[in-house]
Design a protein around this ligand. Structure first.
Ligand SMILES: [Cu+2]
Length: 528
């Protein structure tokens, strides 16, 4: 039912919006420009204070843009990269100016699509709608409380003075790539589809992974836009807002010097694409030196030719440029099947690697060559040796509502009833600060899903019952069920609830944003 309702809402919004003339979001760069990193904002004296305004406009092709606007002396830029050090204070003033752009479409949205917020509110309160927003700090190990990373209760409404986020980055926060995006239940997909997503870098990777010291660093954010997000059809992938096209088409240019090694930090900010990343030289995938996943440095770097990044995941790796411009080089995402009820992800070049000697990178940042210090105490250190206090089993599943009816999307604690998320629901899991839990998460659906939990990273223990490298992740893919006669695919992960600062109620869900918006999500309560 809701799917049909949302379909009409989307068509209505698109139709009205296309006549709106106000181009409120900054222009995005052409497909074949030289790829620039987003503007970086750094903390000074232990504080990063910035203001972002979430705007909205529709481009000449009919794509709806949502943009985090940041004013600079030379104009407004969008989605700056927030660079913080462990222990810093992050203060972010967020305003919602969506309705200043094309208020007709958003008014229609709020009337038709609004859901009432749960009892306790943080910020402006009011309705959850296409107009409202809030911010999730994906991956950051910060408290799930008001003014920090609380997406359940926080709402920022258009036309109000805005809302201030203020949080301390933990002193033992792993260095790496994180990201921020809106997370209003039922409407997350629409705003992220429009481009509302930016990178956060916790500085200091070179202290834990000296391999990157002195290298030019690039921050690449891959986004995805559908004309209307929940109607299957053509979509665009973008690299730092430049559209990717098939191999002969215009392509974003990534500049490197011959044989130069660069440190690439790639965020998958798409709404649903699984990205098997490769770098091709004359059509052959090259070895990449994987340094970190989901903002957590690997215990040991490893060489991989394909790095699979699920929606919302991040990968940080070293790429070496070809020795000569005669070699044709591409940054590619390859084909990925997501099962009979999923949307296949198709192969596309995300960018062309251009080799030249005069290619002084304008936007890349040099990693400092600070001497390496031992990984003395990163958050979640020693988790491998902890005995689990509890084990749980959860599963993803889907249910068809009659012939060609809408699909219901569930994530369920084994033994409980399958049901979709409701904002005022009670937590389906209650645990305590100090708990260390092993969760097995199965996929019983005919579609691949991506599991994400807020507030903590988890340790990978097993995939399909087989031990794997103990990477720390905050988002992990679980492939689709191949059908009768086949076992369910699963992961076994270790959840670390030892840190008292994450006490509270927070979310776990599928990070395919349509699934999340339709309720493939639940609450967990960690009691103090
Ligand atoms: Cu899903």
């Amino acid at each position: 039912m809701e799917t049909f309702f949302r379909y009409f809402l989307a068509v209505a919004a698109a139709a009205v919006a296309s006549t709106a003339a106000v181009a409120q979001c900054p222009a995005r760069p052409p497909a074949d420009a030289i790829v620039q990193d987003a503007l970086s904002i750094y903390s000074t004296n232990g504080v990063l204070k910035a203001g972002l305004a979430l705007g909205h406009s529709v481009d000449s092709n009919g794509y709806t843009h949502y943009c985090y606007q940041y004013p600079t002396p030379t104009g407004v830029v969008e989605s700056p990269t927030l660079r913080v050090n462990p222990g810093d204070q992050l203060i972010l003033d967020v305003k919602d100016v969506i309705a200043d752009g094309s208020s007709k479409s958003t008014k229609a949205g709020s009337k038709m699509g609004a859901m009432s917020a749960p009892g306790a509110t943080c910020g402006d309160g009011g309705m959850m709608s296409l107009d409202a927003t809030n911010v999730h700090f994906h991956g950051l190990n910060v408290p799930p409380t008001c003014h920090q990373d609380d997406v359940i209760n926080t709402l920022i409404q258009p036309g109000t003075p805005g809302f201030q986020y203020s949080m301390t980055i933990p002193a033992d926060e792993p260095p790496g790539l994180y990201w921020y995006h809106p997370h209003v239940h039922g409407f997350t997909e629409f705003q992220v589809n429009g481009g509302a997503a930016g990178a956060i870098v916790v500085q200091g990777m070179e202290k834990f992974r000296p391999e990157v010291a002195g290298l030019t660093e690039r921050v690449f954010t891959v986004r995805q836009q559908y004309l209307v997000p929940w109607i299957p059809g053509p979509y665009e992938l973008t690299l730092n807002y430049q559209t990717s096209n098939p191999f002969q088409g215009p392509s974003p240019h990534i500049e490197m010097q011959p044989s130069e090694k660069q440190f690439w930090r790639v965020a998958n900010a798409t709404i649903q694409a699984f990205l098997p990343l490769q770098v091709w030289f004359n059509g052959t995938p090259q070895p990449l030196e994987l340094i970190a996943l989901d903002g957590y440095p690997l215990a040991k770097p490893r060489m991989e030719t394909t790095i699979l990044v699920p929606p919302a995941g991040r990968a940080e790796f070293i790429v070496q440029a070809p020795s000569t411009p005669d070699i044709s080089a591409f940054f590619v995402t390859t084909n990925y099947g997501t099962g009979p009820t999923g949307n296949a992800d198709i192969q596309l070049p995300l960018g062309t690697i251009e080799v030249s000697n005069n290619g002084a990178i304008q936007s890349g940042v040099k990693e400092s060559s600070a001497p390496a210090s031992p990984p003395n105490h990163l958050k979640f250190a020693g988790l491998k040796d902890q005995a689990p206090t509890t084990t749980r089993k959860l599963y993803f599943s889907e249910e068809f509502g009659g012939t060609n009816g809408p699909i219901q999307f569930y994530i369920t604690v084994d033994g409980q009833k399958q049901r979709v998320f409701e904002p005022n629901e009670k937590p389906v899991i209650t645990t305590k600060v100090g708990a260390v839990e092993d969760w097995t998460i199965e996929n019983r659906a005919l579609e691949t899903h991506a599991f994400h939990i807020h507030q903590i990273h988890f340790m990978m223990l097993e995939v399909d019952g087989q031990p794997v490298t103990n990477d720390m992740r905050d988002t992990i893919e679980i492939p689709f069920w191949e059908g009768v006669g086949h076992p369910y695919h699963s992961v076994k992960v270790r959840m670390d609830f030892r840190d008292p600062t994450i006490a509270g109620t927070f979310l776990f869900h599928c990070h395919i944003l349509l699934h999340e918006d339709l309720g493939m999500m639940h609450k967990i309560l960690v009691e103090p």
